[in-house]
Ligand binder design. Structure first.
Ligand SMILES: Cc1cc2nc3c(=O)[nH]c(=O)nc-3n(C[C@H](O)[C@H](O)[C@H](O)COP(=O)(O)OP(=O)(O)OC[C@H]3O[C@@H](n4cnc5c(N)ncnc54)[C@H](O)[C@@H]3O)c2cc1C
Length: 289
């Protein structure tokens, strides 16, 4: 008797994953200007079809301190605990704690990460610094081979969106606080670009606490307008790895021919790589050209 055959045809419908933006948000109050700036971004990006994920760090009571509790299971060297080495090992073995893993998944899924915060002490609030310390761990966010323009997140974008207590003029090179480009260098170069992110120009809300209501509304309107084309903006310029001799004998310094080529240029390469010359104007505020 002939055997009956059943043919099952599977039709796979490939639905492209919805593009995601992650907003890492640090403000204690839902009535704050930062909350309003976050809401503007959520609404504008959703209107463009993005999935928007918000990590509301204070609401999550996000743990800010980098400690041994961030690792599940045994640590390798309890006598001399080294957070970076132990978390890298734990990341490889899937032994980081749940809140870190959850945030890392959000970063992996995101095309753009926006950090929304009030400036604290020329930097981010401690709870956000804790997110940076704990989530952007070695192995996951960088390695000794993968950093800066060769970095792990080179196909992703990131940006700072923050408010200040000081007026804009105070952050000019001749203002009381000094040049905002210098203030932003550690976060934008040392954190975001270090992990490979293409860094979009920061969104700075100057001194909303002492601005008239109309100015605050205008600041939020400006942010809303910028968000329409944010994801196609050109990123800020940093010094690519190719400019450096990335060997131990070379000391990770500028290659001699690059140094020579830069000799006659009027400005340094970036805010940090100033080569003892005037800083390139607004290198940390605006994309070049
Ligand atoms: C520990 C610490 C360190 C600091 N370090 C620095 C520093 O280094 N440099 C610096 O410049 N500043 C610094 N500051 C100041 C801080 O950056 C500012 O207080 C903060 O940026 C203000 O933002 P906010 O969201 O808290 O404003 P809020 O005070 O919440 O808001 C400002 C105004 O906007 C209004 N508002 C809220 N929602 C809306 C809306 N939808 N439309 C219009 N208006 C709205 C509010 O009602 C309020 O009147 C520091 C503050 C602290 C506490």
């Amino acid at each position: 008797m002939a055997q009956k055959t059943v043919l099952i045809v599977c039709v796979c419908v490939c639905v492209p994953a919805q593009k995601t933006v992650l907003i890492v948000y640090a403000h204690q109050s839902g009535g704050s200007f930062n909350s309003a700036a976050k809401d503007v971004a959520v609404e504008a990006l959703k209107q463009q079809g993005y999935k928007v994920v918000v990590s509301d760090l204070y609401a999550m009571n996000f743990k800010a301190s980098a400690t041994v509790e961030d690792i599940t299971g045994e640590v390798k060297n309890p006598e001399h605990f080294k957070y970076g080495e132990e978390t890298m090992q734990a990341w490889k073995e899937g032994r980081l704690c749940d809140d870190i893993i959850a945030e890392q998944r959000k970063v992996e899924a995101a095309e753009l990460v926006i950090f929304q915060f009030p400036m604290y002490w020329f930097s981010v609030p401690a709870i956000m610094k804790g997110w940076i310390d704990r989530v952007l761990s070695q192995g996951f966010a960088f390695s000794l081979q993968k950093m800066y323009s060769n970095g792990i997140f080179k196909d992703k974008k990131a940006m700072l969106s923050f408010s200040t207590g000081s007026m804009q003029t105070m952050y000019r090179p001749d203002g009381l606080n000094g040049d905002i480009n210098v203030t932003l260098w550690p976060l934008q170069n040392g954190v975001l670009h270090f992990c490979g992110f293409q860094v979009l120009a920061p969104q700075v809300f100057w001194c909303p606490g002492h601005s008239p209501p109309a100015n605050r509304t205008a600041m939020l309107d400006g942010w809303r307008a910028r968000l329409k084309t944010l994801l196609v903006e050109r990123p800020l310029t940093f010094a690519p790895c190719e400019l450096f001799d990335l060997t131990f004998p070379g000391g990770f310094m500028l290659r001699p021919e690059v140094r020579e080529e830069q000799r006659t240029r009027p400005h340094g390469i970036t805010t940090g790589h100033h080569l003892g010359k005037p800083l390139p104007p607004d290198n940390q505020l605006k994309a070049e050209g």
